[in-house]
Design a protein around this ligand. Structure first.
Ligand SMILES: Cc1cc2nc3c(=O)[nH]c(=O)nc-3n(C[C@H](O)[C@H](O)[C@H](O)COP(=O)(O)OP(=O)(O)OC[C@H]3O[C@@H](n4cnc5c(N)ncnc54)[C@H](O)[C@@H]3O)c2cc1C
Length: 439
């Protein structure tokens, strides 16, 4: 079996791709992952303004029959502000546990760069390996003494040993040495700059629908742009301005609601605007890159610039945005009748639902469609649908999707994708390119 590194797996620069050890898959609810925008549900939305704060389902005049996760019962949020969980939890500004570090003499939520968007319990699963993370990967106790974190003086909440599995669709993989959800661009800039100064590898996680985290986790900083400052959606004439952390489905719904066409065929694609731009997400109806006018990015030194025109390249499921942090974008769309657009979007949504695995939650798309064919057809023709590795298997009818069953490890998924790829190469002479990115 070829080792990762010599196999064209998509990876971020700096990745070792090693997957030692094992980890287990988790299950979390499908409805928690996709929140349905009102137009998809056939609800007429009458927003009072054309600015759409995240989440879209809480727009004025919008309502959703989907009960917000954690509103009551077992998942209810505590009354005080809280981030992290268990030993690592910050409640009401007090740090509980060793893995979040005090930012200064006056430790308050605002001094940590926290806000309401981050006051939540992290989903806890059976893959919470971060709790036992060793000092070699993150900070932590070294010989009974607690070493300082490189981020201690930044006034930004930085977690150590954060399990990444709950942040991904597959629900497998180990922890991040450091994890941060900055409250705004300034806080993000401080973290990014510090990573460059200390040569700490940094990655961004969006919706986690296209990443496979190794069991060893990621020995660097993982940033998630979940704060409201990164998730705004605003319609300006025929343009939509969207933050990188906004869910793609919410941006599509906002555009359709405003009578702007160009995004409606992307309605079934999970994940965030940032992830969609980096991978030029799309399908038969077009790609997001077709609509991009400009993208605001942060460079590794923390500087923020706008890229447009010839500075942007979008190809088949890739873009030249893989060396920066995407902060937001301006999409230029065409005016069209909102009712027609809504119908088209709903139709697309239904088609996408039939083409994606139904009834399973921990899935990922394995391969990009090669020119003139589909990965699904090739996997089926090569007789690779029956391949199974550990608890990783192929979703029966939707054979371009890997499913991580409970107990699945990151290695199970990686090996399954490699075996399927080898089978297609041997039997059909076609080299499939992985869609899912191995960290
Ligand atoms: C059921 C299912 C159906 C899918 N259907 C489609 C489809 O029809 N078409 C399609 O193209 N894809 C599809 N995908 C793949 C995936 O949903 C897309 O690639 C999606 O755009 C990934 O977005 P994300 O936010 O989840 O990114 P993630 O998986 O979190 O990240 C993907 C990559 O983008 C980088 N990234 C994310 N945000 C940023 C940022 N702000 N700045 C810099 N880098 C960033 C990450 O570091 C990583 O390298 C599907 C996946 C699933 C599970």
């Amino acid at each position: 079996m070829p080792e990762p590194g010599a196999d064209n797996w998509p990876r971020m620069p700096g990745s070792t791709g090693s997957c030692p050890g094992s980890d287990r898959a988790t299950a979390c609810s499908w409805s928690a992952r996709i929140s349905f925008p009102a137009p998809i549900l056939g609800i007429r939305a009458i927003p009072g303004s054309r600015r759409f704060p995240w989440p879209c389902s809480s727009m004025p005049g919008w309502s959703s029959p989907i009960r917000p996760r954690g509103a009551s019962g077992r998942n209810a949020l505590p009354s005080g502000p809280s981030i992290g969980h268990g030993r690592n939890r910050i409640v009401g500004g007090t740090i509980r546990g060793p893995r979040f570090r005090r930012a200064g003499p006056e430790t308050t939520l605002s001094s940590f760069g926290c806000d309401d968007g981050q006051r939540r319990r992290r989903r806890r699963t059976d893959t919470d390996e971060g709790v036992g993370m060793s000092a070699e990967v993150g900070g932590g106790d070294v010989g009974g003494r607690h070493e300082g974190s490189p981020f201690d003086d930044l006034a930004v909440a930085v977690g150590e040993g954060e399990p990444l599995a709950p942040h991904t669709w597959l629900g497998v993989g180990g922890p991040a040495a450091w994890f941060c959800e900055p409250v705004d661009v300034a806080a993000l800039g401080r973290v990014v700059k510090r990573c460059q100064e200390r040569s700490i590898p940094l990655r961004v996680i969006g919706g986690g629908s296209n990443v496979l985290v190794p069991a060893a986790g990621f020995a660097g900083m993982v940033v998630r742009l979940s704060a409201p400052a990164f998730s705004t959606i605003e319609v300006q004439g025929s343009a939509v301005l969207a933050g990188a952390g906004a869910k793609l489905v919410h941006v599509v719904a906002a555009a359709v609601q405003a009578g702007l066409s160009g995004l409606e065929t992307l309605v079934g694609i999970p994940g965030t605007v940032g992830g969609a731009l980096v991978g030029n997400a799309g399908g038969r109806g077009g790609d997001i890159g077709d609509t991009v006018r400009s993208v605001t990015v942060m460079n590794p030194d923390g500087s923020v610039v706008e890229r447009g025109g010839a500075e942007l390249t979008f190809g088949s499921r890739w873009s030249n945005l893989d060396d920066v942090i995407v902060i937001g974008c301006r999409l230029e769309l065409e005016a069209e009748d909102a009712d027609l657009l809504t119908k088209r979007m709903q139709k697309r949504w239904i088609v996408d639902r039939t083409e994606q695995p139904a009834g399973v939650r921990t899935v990922a798309m394995m391969f990009k469609d090669p020119h003139g064919s589909t990965a699904e057809a090739l996997v089926t023709q090569a007789g690779a649908r029956e391949i199974r590795v550990g608890e990783a298997s192929i979703h029966g009818p939707r054979s371009n999707y890997v499913v991580a069953q409970p107990g699945c490890t990151s290695d199970d998924v990686r090996l399954l994708v490699e075996q399927v790829r080898a089978r297609v190469r041997e039997r059909l002479g076609v080299e499939l390119t992985p869609q899912i990115e191995l960290w």
